[in-house]
Design a protein around this ligand. Sequence first.
Ligand code: ATP
Ligand code: MG
Ligand code: MG
Ligand code: MG
Length: 563
Amino acid sequence: MRQSSLFSSTLREAPSDAEAVNHQLMLRAGFIRQLAAGIYTYMPLGRRVLRKLEQIVREEMDRAGAQEMLMPALQPAELWKQSGRYTVYGPELIRLKDRHDREFALGPTHEEVITTLVKNEFSSYRRLPVAVYQIQTKFRDEPRPRFGLLRGREFLMKDAYSFDATWEGLDTSYRRMYDAYVRIMERCGLNYRAVEADAGAIGGEGGTHEFMALADIGEDTIAACTCCGYAANLEKAQSRAESHTYTDAERNRMEKIHTPHVRTIEQLKQYLHAEPRDMIKTLIYMADGKPLAVLVRGDHEVNETKVKNEVGALELELADAQTTTAATGAPVGFAGPVGLQIPVLVDAAVAQMPCAIAGANEADYHWKHVVPGRDFPVERAGDFRNVNEGDRCPQCEDGSLQLFKGIEVGHVFKLGTKYSEALGARYLDANGKEQPIIMGCYGIGVSRMLSAIIEQNHDERGMIWSPAIAPYHVHIIAVSIKDEVQMRLAEELYARLRERGIEVLLDDRDERAGVKFNDSELIGIPIRVVVGKHAANGNVEYAERKDNEKQLLSKEEAFSRIM
Ligand code: ATP
Ligand code: MG
Ligand code: MG
Ligand code: MG
């Protein structure tokens, strides 16, 4: 590529609203341009790196036995209602209508679409296991899009899904994906930790790990043990450290009171009247995508005003929650991370736990592992800020915890039968009996990875790419394009390297040498060959971006060094 015709330009300074280094560098080097908050154009240099990341992900997914496909981004809302996520997903789900007034959503993830597809295609145990993936643009109306590609509203994700007939099969599928993720992280040169993660809003049962790129701007905190292999998202570490273990009796009781099939206010009232009165109950129920009712202790009246009556607006105003709590003495439970709080039924045993009250009234206190109509919390998070560097490891109890900041670049997740049950994806087992398909889902933020890699690999002059993912392998700088000898040598090297399959960017712009050098360091291509005043003797200056050590080499030496 001749830089004189490259469709992008460098900036001396990044716009002041770009806080993170990776964001500043990508703007300055002309890798991306912003269209709107959290929405970016990938310019040719950025696109090249993104394609290489995609390719690494693709190769490792293929190697893990997953098959590539591509699903629509535009999804009927009906599917989301069936899974129950039309409300649970909250305002992050971008909703729209077609000309016939039919409701749609722009896919933030594809469990609904793929489960429906599998339901219609795979009805026998003989067809299982199967795993698929896609690399596709996702849409999430994030409350705070920031740090460039790190938290976008439109971003590139690889999402994979596995379908098994048995739980052992799921373990195998999960492990295979986990191993693929390890290889992807390594090939991309990320300094990462795989950590036990919180189930968050996806729900489901079984394990989940996050792949965290270590970086100070990371929004997650990781606790890792100095002795054993324990590494966890701090939320999880906290819940482990403080987990309340329920007795079987408690668990049974919770399951009983947590009636899943209430769909109307009438049913809800009936159900509540059938329940023993001695229980404290607070319930905010959702039906058909709308918040339906708030019910509190001893008061079975429907109190709709306490809920923002908007589809998807699940967040009760904190003030509302406080009023409810103050007026009734009963706690309102919320599940899920900040900004995605899912109201849940709180029973007496849970209500007595100290964080139940706090959960309603204070930021950063949340219930965990709760999906309305399904699971009940078996662990509680309490105050996430309470884990400190040096605390005793909850796993081995010998080592102490070290804290790191991390960027979640990947997430593997045992979903179990959550979606197959909700959407009716069943198979016939060897005895001809219908069973729900057992699922896993596996995401990688491909565009987020680009940010994370730059965040970890830069210096004060710019980006530092490794050859595996660099936009080009070699940057040839023709110092003076008016000097015929220099240009002839630069062109010769350019042609010969390209013939050998090396990706070369030739700086043939009519610019001062200083500008060219600065831009070259900013863009960070691994090898730089300067064709300048030594060209008269057939020599060039060779340097690698990672250490910038300059060496005077003959053109043949430079050529063979590169090859
Ligand atoms: P986060 O906790 O950062 O909001 P998430 O847990 O909501 O991420 P997942 O649903 O697990 O995200 O999606 C899979 C992967 O997609 C994440 O691990 C992350 O790498 C990427 N991802 C999620 N949200 C964004 C976003 N807004 N911009 C860029 N990448 C994202
Ligand atoms: Mg999120
Ligand atoms: Mg997350
Ligand atoms: Mg996640």
